[in-house]
Structure formats: C-alpha cells, structure tokens
Design a protein around this ligand. Sequence first.
Ligand code: NAD
Length: 307
Amino acid sequence: MRKKVTVVGAGNVGATLVQRIAETELADVVMVDVMEGVPQGKGLDLMQSGPVLGYDSKITGTNRYDETAGSDIIVITAGLARKPGMSRDDLLAANGDIVHTVAKETGRHSPGAFMIVVTNPMDVMAYVAMKACGFPKERVVGMGGVLDSARFRTFIAMELGVSIENTHAFVLGGHGDTMVPLPRYSSVAGIPITELMSADTINKLIERTRNGGAEIVALLKTGSAYYAPAAAALEMVEAVLLDKKKILPCSAYLDGEYGVKGMFSGVPVKLGAKGVEQVVEIKLNPDEKAAFMRSVDAVRQGCAKFM
Ligand code: NAD
C-alpha cells in the first residue's frame, strides 16, 4: 500500500513540498487549507503535471480533515509567514492558535502519524503541536536545522568554490536569531572549515546563515523563503518513510538530553520509521554550550505563553 502524507497549508512552503513529494513518488498526498478552492485547485494542477513528469502520486486538495485519516506523516505549514521587518516571534500568537487547531484535528484523524512542524516560530509551534495532538515525543519534530544547515553549506560552498556535495554543516539550537552554527563540526570533504577559512570569514558566513531567512524576506517583500524550506522538509519526510535512520538537525523534545528538560530545541537526531529514534549528544565547548542555552531560553520564553 502506498504511504500517505498530509500537508496542512497550501501556501508557498506547503504546495512546494507537495510538489516535491509527488515528483519523488514517496507517497500520496492530502493538502489541506482553510482557503476554499485553493488546495483543490493546486492539487488538480499538480495531478495534471503527473503525465508530463511521469509520476502516479495521488494529490487530494481539501478543506476537510476527515480526508487526512490514516496518514503516515503530517506536515504543518499552516499559518502566517513573515513580512519585512517582522521577526519569527511576531507570528507567535496568531500561529499558536492555528497550529493548536491543526495539530489537534490531524492528530485525531491519524493517531499513529509522525508530525513535522514548519510554521514559525517553529520550536515553540512544535511544543504547541505536541501538547495539542498528545503524540509521544518521538513523533513530533520541528523543521529548522536542516534548512539552517543547508544555508550554511551553501555559503561555505560559495566562499570556497567547491561542490555543495563536499560540504557538511551543523547548526544547533532554536530556529531563530539565536541559532548556533558549529564551525568545529562543519567540514568540506571531511576537512573542518576551521582549517580552510579564517575566523573572520567563518563569522561572516555564520552571520549570513543567521540572517538567511530575513535576507530572503527583504528581497521578496511579500513573503518568506519556500524552495529550500520545502526541500528540507522533504529530506525529513523521506528519512522517516524510507526508514533511513539519517542523522539530521531537527527540533526535538528534550527530556534531559543536553541538560534540557521539557523543551524543544535543534539537536542532531536519528530519523527513521519510528520517528526520533535517538537524540545524538555531542560534546559542546563552554562557548557553544552557553550559546545553545541562550537559544533554549529564547524558545522557553515563547512556550511560556502556551503552558
Ligand atoms: P503562506 O502564507 O504562503 O501559506 C500559509 C498557508 O496557511 C495559507 O495558504 C493559509 O491559507 C494557510 N492557513 C492559514 N490558517 C490555516 C488553518 N487554520 N488551517 C489550514 N491552513 C491555514 O506561507 P508559507 O510561506 O507557506 O509559510 C508557512 C509557514 O511556514 C509560516 O509560518 C512561515 O513563517 C513558516 N516557515 C518556516 C520555515 C522553517 O524553517 N521552519 C521556513 C519557511 C517558512
């Protein structure tokens, strides 16, 4: 039987993710949105790309949650996106209500699913979603680190003029201004970037990574990035559906790991068929640990409004 993925939010990130899932034939997809006609129209449009591109994935656009029943994965992209001058936290109250409703409804119809939260401020929204759907901690994560790492990798490859295939990068902490890119664990063909670039250059790339989302918001003016966010979510969907046991930076519920209890933050996790199969703990030096804790505190402040 084919796998089933529900994507809530048929906007820029949601619809692009549906397109990528369909093109890779990973699963059939149900796309839900509150806008009448939008998911249905985009769904039909994507179905009609199938004959040209050669995919058989079935795409259903709907405004109803009963059609999502029995999903293997639920991806939440519903909510407002940033406009120029807005931080991710400005979205907190409005998106909190939306994510609460969406997680509760989708969770009720697919109680065995794995949930990926994309809506910003993502780490706080992952917390809201987990409380609303009641899933165990292994089955709710937030997407942020894969995107932040991809941005860091892009800038490393651009700076050194090397293939992105040679690059590897790690970004820990919350998906926000306090994210913690880790140069020590970032490499090109296995060589730490600290051996290949000056500290000044690395700091510039880190700053650009931190502002990676805002840089695109400022250019687009009417919305935020969606091609790379959709690609990042796809990598997580694939890791679970294909039981790849891939180590990816995801926002996971920490239950003592890294000295943090009861909070979501970006850490390396092993993603497989069971969801978060392991939170991988890496040694942080005192500066990295302090930056990570600052980031966790920022997420904790956001979550306080929903406790
Ligand atoms: P968008 O405005 O293009 O799409 C959002 C969609 O959500 C709209 O179609 C809207 O109708 C729908 N929606 C609103 N309320 C809903 C509800 N109650 N139920 C179902 N659908 C509802 O925005 P986008 O660019 O796709 O971004 C979506 C979210 O993802 C934003 O919060 C954005 O900040 C976030 N985002 C996160 C990351 C990340 O790395 N975690 C990256 C990019 C975007």
